[in-house]
Design a binder for this molecule. Sequence first.
Ligand code: SF4
Ligand code: SF3
Length: 550
Amino acid sequence: MSMFCYQCQEAAGCKGCTNRGVCGKTDDVANLQDLLIYTIKGISLYAINYEHIDDITERVNKFIIDGLFSTITNANFDKVIFVEKIKKGLAIREEVKEALLKEGKNIENIKHDSALWMESTLEEFEEKAKSVGILSTENEDVRSLRELLIYGVKGMAAYAEHAYNLGYTNNEIVTFMKKALASTTDDTLTVDEMVGIVLECGKYGVDVMALLDKANTETYGNPEITKVNIGVGSNPGILISGHDLKDMEELLKQTEGTGVDVYTHSEMLPANYYPAFKKYEHFVGNYGNAWWKQNEEFESFNGPILMTTNCIVPPKESYKDRIYTTGSAGFEGVKHISDRVDGKAKNFSEIIEHAKKCKSPVEIEKGEIVGGFAHNQVLALADKVVDAVKSGAIKRFFVMAGCDGRMKSRNYYTDFAKALPKDTVILTAGCAKYKYNKLDLGDIGGIPRVLDAGQCNDSYSLAVIALKLKEVFGLNDINELPISYNIAWYEQKAVIVLLALLHLGVKNIHLGPTLPAFLSPNVAKVLVDNFGIAGIGSVEDDIKLFMGEE
Ligand code: SF4
Ligand code: SF3
C-alpha cells in the first residue's frame, strides 16, 4: 500500500484506493494532499485562538479554503502545487503562532504534532506524509467520523471560495471550519461529541450555500427559465468547466468582440440561466455532458478548455496542450492561469489567442435543454405548482440532486427517471442531472417534469422550495411533504449537501449508487437510525417504496 484515500464514491472496491486513485491521482500526490490537510489542521489549532479580524486572519482563511478545495476529488493533480502549498502553510502556521505569542497568549497546551512539525524538502515531506494519512487514526469509528467531518468541510470550502471570489465572506463559517479541523486532532472527544460536530457542520453547510446563493444572485441576477442551445456555432470556441462564476464573467468580458465563442461544460451549464451572462451574444450554449465524458468531448471540441474547479479527468496527450486550469484546479504539465492580483481581473489573453488558432467545435448534439428553476423562478410559479399538487396533477416530487460519475451502475438514475410515474416531477441540481436532462419526460400542465435549479450548491434552492411548500401547505414537518430524496453522490461537495439536508430535518434520504466507503458500520448505523439514510435497490422496488406502494 503506497497511499490510502477513500473520500469519493469511486474508492477502489468500495474500500479505498491504495496504490493509485481510480480518479487518476498518483500515490505521491495523494500523500502530499494528506500532508497538506495535516498542515491545515496545525494552522487551525492556533487560528482558533486568534480572534482578530485582520490581514493575518484574511491570509489564514484564504489559505485554508483554497488548500481544502484543492484536495477535493478531481480538482488538482499537480505535485508541485501541493509542495508549494505545504511550504506556504507552514509559514502561515508560524505567523499565527508568532502573533499569538506577541499578544501574550499561552500556546503551550497546543501539543499536537500537526502544530509543531517542521520540515522543508520534498523528501522530508514525503517521509512525513507516511505517518499522517487517514489510516493513522486506528479506531475505525473515530476515523470515520473525522473523515466525514473533513469531507464536509472540504465541500464547504469549495462553496466559500466561490462566494469569496465575488466579495462575499462570513467569518463564522471559516471559524467553524477551523474548529472542525482542530477537533480531528483531539483524542479526548467522545463519539457523541464528534457526531455533534458533524451535525453542526450541516448547519454551516446551509449557511455557506445561502451565502453563495446570495453572492451569485446579487451579482448576476436570479436564474430564470432558459432554453440552452446544445449545438455549436461556426467560430472557434473556449469551453469553460467547473463551478466558478467569477471566472465565467471575466472570460465572457474578455472574449467579447474577439471572434471567439464561449461554451459551458458540465457544472458550468447553469451559467446559461443567469441574466448577466445571457446578454453576451458570443455565449453560444453548453457543449457535452457530465465531467466523466471529457476524454471524448474535449477531443471534439477542438478549442481550449478552461477548468475552473473539479472535475478534471487526466487529459489525453492529444488535447492536453489545450487544457488550462485556474483557481484551486491544477494538473501537472498543464498551463495554470494565475489568481487575481489587487482585485484586477484574471488575464485570459493566452487562452483567447490560443482559441483563435483552433477549428470550431465538432457538433455532437443538437437542440435545447431547459433549466433555470432556482428558488426565485419556482416561487414565481408557486401558485401553479401548489394548484397542481392540490388537484393531484403532481403526486410527488423527487429530489435527485448531486453528482454524476462513470460507474455503469449509475444508469439506475436514467432508468429511475424514465420509470417514474408521469404525475411526478424531478427537482435536480449538480451534474447528476446529465443522467436524465436530455430525456423527453414531458410536462405537467406546462411545468416541466425535470426542474434544474443549477449547480450542486444550488441544492440550497431545492431546500428553499421545500421549506416554502411546507409553509404554503401549513405543515409542521418538512417530511410531511410529498417529496422523496434520491441523491447521487461522487465527491465531497455532495457530503456537505447531504449534511445540510440532515440539518434541515430531511429524513429518509436515499444515497447511491453506493454508500460511502468512509462510513464505518457503526457510523452508518447512526445515520440510518437517526435519519433513515438508505442506499438504493432496484428501480422498480425503489419507486414502489417512494410512492408508498409497499
Ligand atoms: Fe480513490 Fe476517490 Fe480518493 Fe481518487 S479521490 S484516490 S478515486 S477515493
Ligand atoms: Fe459534479 Fe464533479 Fe459533483 Fe458540482 S462536477 S457536482 S461530480
